[in-house]
Write a protein that binds this ligand. Structure first.
Ligand SMILES: NC(=O)c1ccc[n+]([C@@H]2O[C@H](COP(=O)([O-])OP(=O)(O)OC[C@H]3O[C@@H](n4cnc5c(N)ncnc54)[C@H](OP(=O)(O)O)[C@@H]3O)[C@@H](O)[C@H]2O)c1
Length: 361
């Protein structure tokens, strides 16, 4: 407290003139009874100090937010992005379309998907944008989607697992009876990757990008308890699913070593996007404040994904985790290879991989 007061007072010292101007201003108001000088000074100093700290933090967030400035082109490449109808996914689709890629937008909500596609075509002039139906929480939908892609596409150069779901207050089950957050954020992408692996192998060199979250550290992975059960706080299950994303990325990278397919995961930053849609009022008031001060825009939030999808400097880089367009260290408890293997084995059972489905060994 002493240190904070000291910093605040030091910050505010040069502004004592401003303080006097304010005091004069209030004195002139008949309805306002000015408190004694000490109370007024302390309140003013604290309020001003807090404002300065918020302002400095805002600047820090903006200054450390990595931007991918390369003008690398993606002509002739096909990129599949899940959840591309809104938020970071839509922004990623827009950017990659601008770079000339053929973009497959794999979306659950078709009306916003078509709107997003039309907007992207209009803005980029790239007409090579497709919308396909995919509900990652439904294993049938994932299989139908994969069948269609295998039928119509000759190659996939980049597969971006971007779609994500979180509900901090309600627990739900998917149509397959699996906890919905894990079904959408981990099991759906796990199954889809398996079903498309043959096509990805034919398209090498190619990349798999998995959008996780830096908030994974809020969860300690407990395979027994959380893999397919509804006990545990719903918000916690989101963090568990994001740890699963990172573990899946590392294990997949290991299994695909030498095939020409690279796999990396990332934290996009904190962005005021649709992911917060299940946060109820009045908590949204706090969120709006945080958004204005500290959150990234969706354009900023998409930068690390875009970099992982197309940066030439990342050719051959695999099994890494990125944030703000930089490689980052992971907490040691996420990098235990036995856990990755256990998660893999449990996932195979939960997505019901059949004998005829492709395997990633
Ligand atoms: N925003 C953040 O602060 C933040 C922080 C860390 C990580 N992330 C991650 O970033 C990724 C993108 O999120 P965002 O911030 O852009 O949020 P968003 O705007 O809500 O986008 C999420 C996308 O996922 C789609 N989706 C949800 N459930 C799906 C399902 N069952 N099948 C197919 N698609 C589904 C949504 O489609 P609908 O429109 O149909 O719902 C939407 O297009 C997520 O993986 C999220 O976990 C976000």
């Amino acid at each position: 407290m002493f240190i904070i007061s000291f910093i605040v007072s030091t910050f505010c010292y040069p502004f004592t003139n401003l303080l006097n101007i304010f005091k004069e201003f209030f004195k002139g108001m008949a309805w306002y009874e000015i408190p004694n000088t000490t109370t007024f000074s302390i309140c003013f100093t604290l309020a001003f100090g807090v404002a300065v700290i918020i302002f400095v933090l805002c600047l820090w967030v903006k200054a450390t937010c990595g931007m991918f400035t390369s003008s690398v082109r993606m002509d002739g490449k096909t990129v599949l992005i899940t959840g591309a109808n809104s938020g970071i996914g839509k922004e990623t689709a827009r950017d990659l379309a601008k770079r000339g890629a053929r973009v497959i937008m794999a979306c659950r909500t078709m009306d916003t998907a078509y709107e997003a596609r039309d907007e992207i075509i209009k803005q980029t002039g790239n007409e090579n944008i497709l919308v396909k139906k995919l509900d990652l929480s439904s294993q049938k939908s994932v299989r139908d989607f994969a069948d269609e892609i295998l039928m119509i596409e000759k190659r996939i150069d980049v597969l971006i697992h971007n779609a994500g779901y979180g509900n901090p207050f309600n627990k739900e089950k998917s149509v397959d009876g699996i906890e919905l957050t894990m079904a959408t954020n981990h099991y759906g992408p796990f199954l889809l990757t398996h079903l498309l692996i043959g096509l990805l192998k034919k398209s090498t060199p190619c990349r798999i990008v998995i959008v996780s979250s830096g908030w994974y550290w809020l969860a300690r992975f407990n395979l027994k308890k959380y893999l397919n059960e509804l006990d545990g706080q719903p918000v916690y299950l989101y963090y568990v699913s994001k740890i699963a994303n990172i573990m899946f990325a590392i294990e997949l990278a290991k299994r695909l070593q030498g095939t020409g397919i690279t796999v990396n995961s990332l934290h996009p930053g904190v962005i005021y996007s649709g992911i917060w849609r299940n946060v109820p009022f009045p908590m949204t008031i706090g969120l709006t404040f945080l958004n204005y001060c500290f959150f990234k825009t969706v354009v900023e939030g998409a930068q690390t994904t875009i970099m992982l999808a197309c940066s030439e400097e990342l050719n051959g880089v695999t099994g890494k985790y990125f944030s703000d367009c930089k490689e980052c260290e992971l907490q040691p408890y996420v990098t235990i290879s036995e856990d990755h293997k256990r998660l893999w084995d449990v996932s195979i059972k939960i997505v019901k991989l059949t004998d005829t489905d492709p395997k990633i060994l």
